[in-house]
Design a protein around this ligand. Structure first.
Ligand code: HEM
Ligand SMILES: *[C@@H]1O[C@H](CO)[C@@H](O)[C@H](O)[C@H]1NC(C)=O
Length: 619
């Protein structure tokens, strides 16, 4: 399917550089507040009316009436359009306060104490549907956990969506021209350039995995020898960052050599536990930027209000640029030198940076692309490793069975190969089951292009309300009519809720059970509806690094399980404020049984880190 550069690229609202968020806010303020007051002022002037003391209330009234009128006109137009398209508008949330301010406050509160995305799940349950319009501050925002609607956004209706104006505005300063922040031709160019690099020969070059796995496990052995627990999440973040930096730009960031968070002393960092020294300024800026982008997304359309004085991402952007730009320049110089000397390395020997330098000399473009792929590859992979370790810790029989499989196929020290990893059926099922319950990208956003779209009718073919005795089922009735979605409107989709939906996965949807990926009766359901398991997304923008990720994670786990055989939660070392709140125990779903605090900042992570005692095997 060839995505065309849809009409939005020429949309009149697009002239504004997405970096200029203050200007955008100013224009909105003019639109909402200034216009009616100026009109009133002029009207009084011509009519020679003096408002005197009534001036302030009159202006407030003018603003309100203006807003109401605009809303009514907008609603009428939407209803007409929906009828014309033969669809029903997506159900709107009806809060108690005007502008659904109470819903906004409920969400803000939930981000602090509730289980990840439970506030959305509750809303879907309340409204008995899988797609809603939040209408916070009268702004349309679609949220969905419906697999058919996600399929439409990603695949069948791909051309009607893009990453969109608002997302660009939030990320521009950090990801700029990178693959994650572009649509249309520019995105396609990135995709075409990056693709050969993920060919089988490249991703099965395991030397890199071996080097960094060994370094990580040596470090881990030293820690366990002194009887200490370790923040597994932090360790994996270093492992994946060092691996990715060497893979991408041939420059090992070597964060494994910097000082690690100390058990019992570590405080909460922006995501996991904080280290006392700087975890490399690059790594920290990289994480900080992700947190700011997430914060902006949570605040919604009017986030620029909170950053009028200070652009909170600028500094992080500068740090990463300062670090990456010289590396990029060097690669471009080297390419020129090699060209003059008449030598050219084959793609199999190039780093991703060298590969990019072949196609352009635009330092900014290459840097933005590197940063995007670093973001894509590093946090996601670390997240998967973290949650696999979590499950091995809370379900020791899972770790045991994985280890048996590893020892049977690889013995105690045989190095994994591309082929040998294929044989690890149980491990693959564990990875899939972990990706189902904790997809590293648990929610994400797209925007409809300026033309309105029709979301197709859902079919939940698997479990029905009556067959599901589960307390949080059913979400049915699923929509039986196509839904109308306005143009230029964001849609936030939630693979995590979809992949835990009992209507799709059965009454035990919240239970960790790798067997569901091995049992033929259950895999048949998945085969009939592949959309219900899409941790790597779907359609033309599906993850490019899926196999790379499975390989890196499996390689590491084989090496880990050859040496270690027990994994125990060391919850007493969780930094203050990162223990799961006690009120979760009384609530629905996984939160009643969760023993860590899952949170999300673009990608999923464990609040305060995942403190684990790794037990060395006495082979
Ligand atoms: C467990 C690990 C991973 C998961 C769960 C994952 C998941 C995803 C998801 C959900 C997307 C779609 C994002 C969106 O469209 O907004 C994506 C895109 C992408 N991923 Fe991954 N990913 C993983 C690992 C990797 C790795 C290791 C690499 C590279 C080495 C990578 C490279 C990419 C790239 C380049 C894209 C952008 C594709 C595009 O926009 O056309 N990913 N990934
Ligand atoms: C894991 O999921 C992937 C993607 O859906 C699938 O291709 C693979 O067969 C699954 N493997 C196992 C063992 O479940």
């Amino acid at each position: 399917m060839a995505p065309s550069p849809g009409p939005a690229e020429q949309s009149p609202k697009m002239w504004l550089n997405p970096k200029l968020y203050r200007t955008r806010l100013f224009l909105d303020v003019v639109r909402i507040f200034i216009f009616p007051t100026v009109v009133l002022f002029q009207a009084c002037h011509y009519a020679r009316v003096r408002l005197g003391l009534l001036s302030v209330p009159a202006h407030v009234l003018a603003i309100v009436l203006w807003g109401l009128t605009r809303n009514i006109i907008y609603d009428v137009k939407q209803a007409q359009e929906a009828r014309r398209l033969g669809a029903k508008p997506v159900a709107r949330i009806k809060g108690k306060w005007p502008g659904n301010v109470d819903i906004l406050l409920r969400m803000m509160k939930a981000f602090k104490t509730a289980y990840l995305m439970d506030v959305y799940l509750e809303l879907f349950q309340e409204y008995k549907c899988t797609t809603l319009n939040t209408r916070i501050l009268w702004v349309d925002q679609i949220i969905t956990m419906d697999e058919e609607h996600m399929k439409y956004v990603h695949a069948t209706g791909f051309n009607n969506f893009w990453r969109g104006r608002r997302q660009k505005e939030r990320m521009e300063e950090f990801l700029g021209d990178g693959i994650f922040n572009r649509d249309g031709e520019k995105w396609k160019m990135h995709r075409v350039t990056a693709r050969p690099f993920f060919a089988r020969e490249r991703i099965s070059d395991f030397q890199l995995f071996d080097k960094h796995s060994s370094l990580t496990l040596n470090l881990l052995s030293r820690i366990t020898a002194s009887g200490k627990p370790c923040d597994a999440q932090d360790l994996y973040a270093r492992f994946t960052l060092d691996t990715a930096s060497e893979f991408l730009f041939g420059n090992n960031l070597d964060t494994l050599s910097l000082s690690l968070p100390e058990p019992g002393k570590a405080k909460m960092g922006p995501k996991g536990s904080a280290t006392n020294d700087e975890f490399g300024s690059f790594a920290q800026a990289f994480e900080m930027a992700q947190c700011v982008i997430t914060q902006r997304a949570r605040l919604g359309y009017f986030w620029p209000v909170s950053e009028l004085k200070k652009n909170r991402i600028k500094e992080a952007g500068q740090i990463t640029k300062k670090w990456l730009d010289p590396i990029v320049r060097r690669a471009i110089d080297e390419k020129a030198k090699a060209k003059r000397a008449g030598i050219e390395a084959p793609i199999s020997e190039r780093t991703f940076l060298e590969h990019l330098a072949q196609s352009t000399e635009d330092v900014g473009l290459i840097r933005d692309e590197l940063l995007s792929i670093l973001l894509a590859s590093r946090d996601t992979t670390a997240c998967l490793l973290t949650f696999v370790t979590y499950f091995m810790a809370i379900y020791p029989e899972v770790g045991k069975r994985m280890r048996e499989e590893v020892l049977q196929t690889h013995g105690l020290d045989q190095e994994p190969t591309y082929e040998s990893l294929r044989g690890l059926k149980y491990m693959r099922a564990v990875l899939n089951e972990t990706l189902r319950l904790f997809p590293p990208v648990p929610l994400n956003v797209r925007e409809s292009r300026p033309a309105p779209v029709v979301l197709p009718v859902s079919h939940h073919p698997t479990y029905t309300a009556s067959s599901s005795p589960y307390p949080n089922a059913p979400f049915v009735p699923t929509p039986t009519e196509p839904l109308y979605m306005p143009g230029a409107t964001p849609v936030m989709y939630m693979p995590m809720l979809m992949q835990r939906n009992p209507d799709l996965w059965g009454p035990d949807a919240d239970i960790f059970d790798p067997e569901r990926f091995l049992d033929p009766a259950r895999t048949a359901r998945l085969a009939a509806n592949p959309m219900m398991f899409t941790p790597f997304s779907a359609g033309p923008r599906i993850c490019l690094g899926q196999n790379f990720a499975y390989n890196e994670v499996s390689f590491f786990l084989v090496r880990l399980l050859q040496q270690f055989d027990t994994f125990t939660l060391a919850s007493e070392f969780q930094p203050e404020g990162s223990q799961p709140p006690t009120h979760w125990k009384t609530k629905q779903g996984r939160q009643a049984i969760e023993r860590c605090w899952p949170a999300a900042a673009l990608t999923l992570y464990v609040k305060g880190g995942l403190w684990i005692r790794f037990g060395k095997a006495q082979n």
